[in-house]
Design a protein around this ligand. Structure first.
Ligand code: ZN
Length: 126
């Protein structure tokens, strides 16, 4: 006996509106985070006279971290925008890989998620 999650098409209007509200909030937060991170991800000035070798490495490490953060932030913004589009087109909640409904609890945890738990686990094992 296989457990089939409830199709998200059964979601009522209030639930869809709630998801949209959360996604728009997340988008605002991610966008303002990205603006802040962009500042710290600017290239380090490698002035040998001004900074010693160690502090230069610190600066480069901090910059690399900031760049990774910035990339994650951009990725998150992209995911949220895609989720909002799917919501507009009535495709929200469908797994992008297998087309099954994404578990409701998973969507509530992260409305921008793109695939169901089975596909996510399969991807992790890859
Ligand atoms: Zn799937």
């Amino acid at each position: 006996m296989s457990h089939r999650p409830i199709k998200i098409g059964m979601m009522n209007k209030a639930e869809r509106l709630e998801f949209r509200k959360r996604l728009q909030q997340n988008l605002l937060e991610s966008t303002s985070n990205a603006d802040r991170v962009r500042e710290s991800a600017k290239p380090v000035e490698l002035d040998q006279n001004r900074v010693g070798r160690l502090s230069r490495m610190d600066a480069m490490q901090a910059q690399a971290m900031a760049q990774a953060n910035s990339q994650r932030g951009q990725q998150q913004i992209h995911l949220i925008k895609q989720a909002l589009l799917r919501l507009e087109h009535g495709e929200f909640g469908d797994c992008l890989e297998c087309g099954d409904a994404i578990e409701a609890a998973r969507l509530k945890f992260d409305p921008a998620t793109e695939c169901c738990i089975r596909c996510a686990e399969r991807n992790e094992k890859r």
